[in-house]
Design a protein around this ligand. Sequence first.
Ligand SMILES: [Zn+2]
Length: 285
Amino acid sequence: MLWPTAAPFAAAITFDMDADSLIHANDPDGWKRPYAISMGQYGPTVGVPRILETYRRLGMKQTFFIPGWCARTYPHAVEAILKGGHEIGCHGWIHENPSARTPAEQAEDLDRALEALAAFSGTRPRGYRAPVYLLTNDTPGLLSDRGFAYDSSMMADDQPYALDLGGRTLIEIPTHWGIDDWPPFAHFAEIGYMMPVRGPTEGLAPFFEEFEAARADGGLWHAVWHPFLTGRRARWQVVERWLETVLTSGAWFATLGEIADHAECLRRAGTLRTLPFPTYAERQT
Ligand SMILES: [Zn+2]
């Protein structure tokens, strides 16, 4: 894939600032779970300031996906992210599961989140990542109706591609579970997520291998991290040391918005892969 300024490959760290939305969205008694709430609160109150300080020191601008409820609940974190010149994307209202919502409810969640996020910057987010990647057949249309430029919830390629929505397109910046920090670092029994927690170096090694793979094929490296997981002290120290070595690799470190804009230019030039939105008209048996 060709990148701006003849960069040999591209890279982006995205943080999903879920805070304690997960416990509220998944457990009706979540508001009575102080330990789980405190685990999530670590993200906006400790993880985000730590991450932003590293980005400031290294001169990086990156992307944070934030549920609207989290922005309303932790305004100082959002203000600090914007003050640092970073991009904010939409990550649902309260980390609700879109596939458990009707299209009308999904639209309501999106509008509520957009209103809360736009209140900080005056502009609506241009990017979306579905909570737990659980977008539905209705989600891309709802995003397109609201002027979103890109989604980052799908997994059909290593590189950005265009999603054909039947007359409309949406840029997709794909992800996969191997670039998400939940498997190595999350243990959240209250919402049924029980994985062995890896040590910082062991847990982060696969991300760095993915980076080398992107370097080798001139593609995009992209991480889906969470301030309450990779923003933890020992893990972030490993990331910081790694960043100090790879920022001179020639990679184009950019926000997902910048990458989506570049992908849109390629699409208009006819050089971006376009895929139909993956859906079936009926149940397959
Ligand atoms: Zn999330």
